[in-house]
Design a binder for this molecule. Sequence first.
Ligand code: 4AD
Length: 503
Amino acid sequence: MTTNIQTAVNQLAEHVGQVVTLRGWVYKMRSSGKIAFIILRDGTGLCQCVFEKNEQTESIFGDVKKLGQESAVEVTGEVNKEERSVGGYELKATQVKIVHGTQDYPITPKPHGIDFLMKHRHLWFRSQRQWHILRIRATVVDQIRRYYNDNGYVLIDTPIFAPAAGEGAQTLFKVDYFGDPVYLAQTGQLYVESACMAHGKVYCFGPTFRAEKSKTRRHLTEFWMVEPEIAYASLSEVIDVAEDFICSIVKRVLHDHRDDLVELGRSLEDVEAITKPFVRLTYSEAAELLRGPKAKELLENDLKQKTSRIADLEKEIVELEETAKGGGKQWQKDKAAAQAIDSREELAELQEQVTNIPHHMRLAAEFEWGSDLGGSDETIISRLHDRPTFVTHYPKGCKAFYMREDRGDERVVENFDLLAPQGFGEIIGGSAREEDLDRLLARIEEEKLPLEDYEWYVDLRRYGSVPHGGFGLGVERTVAWICGLKHIRETIPFPRMMGKVYP
Ligand code: 4AD
């Protein structure tokens, strides 16, 4: 005796042989004669529903066949195990209830340009790739909270309206606060520093704002950052926490999302290689590496490989475009046209990279001690390692006022950036904080910061000041790195970037 059970695609394994109802949307539809194949998407997965025309279904079959992509439907039928079907199960549908029929859904299986997709973000994230990415993001966020909650840290929610800069005045968003200017928080760090003196180990986690005027693949104007802060911790203890924390995120994603990573085309082997110990380099060692033969060789090889790929692509595009215009079958022409669009995009990207390589080579070869590592320098360092790399002890001049001066070499501070491997670049910035009152006051003066805005912060050095430190990890860069994405715009539900705030 079968009963009708309301369930979800990811629960089908428990219902083989039973009649169930799935509620979702038409992801794809194909029909021939008396049979319709609906790939149903219900938020938990995809399932093929096979719907046949017979006496019972005759009245609705015609309407079902005409359903457009993203029509909302409830499908009832018997669950069968079917290895060859997407998800491994199939529904032999006996009823389809049309909740909302749709035609002309704007995002079709054909390729679309990124501007179009970004404008349709509210719909775009129904697409499979976006679905995989945002599921992984949700797990990364959950693991961040778990890690700190399970390891004795107290959550401190820091304010979003901030009276002063935390990370450099040039990236502040100004807001009118009853006639006075305040700023959207660039960091919660100064506040968690105060809180760690009350609770020992604390963290804040929330949206962070930077008026970055850079349109790079690594910059958002609104992103999520977690910032742990630990009283009595030295730089090396903070680095150990960062290393352990990253490993816990990677392990959890590998545990929960192997299938999603594979669907995204990420090499599991590369993700599995993210294990302790990470590489540790000082800034001075990194500078040597940039000027040295390994960096040069890396870029020369790049130039060779990319130039040769460009030549191949140019030939490929001519052939594809001829096929697209030719006299073949329509599906063959469509396929060739779509591939030509992809190849053109790859070509444009490679051409830009090839133009930049000589510049990056010069920057690396002539890298001078004292300047900050640029994006291309970070890329080189991280490509020379297949594990994450901590770069420590940067020159004081390129870092924030709160970082602790190295007592053995006052030209540098006790800080670190963590560079994700294979060219991804920085995902964490952190440091030991200056705990000495006079040194901190001197740095505030040197940086010409208005002392009155930081009086409360300086107070922490007047009453029971102790060594302490922490770091900030950007969620979007971490997700992009783990998923193997080139750009971070797909790692946040509604990205905010320079010139982009819609929808
Ligand atoms: O290195 P940052 O600026 O460090 C801080 O804000 C410190 N107050 C953190 C601390 O010590 N508590 O930023 C930390 C991380 C970066 O490594 C990066 O992952 C992310 O925040 N981040 C951005 N992510 C996306 N878009 C941007 N514009 C970002 N700026 C920083």
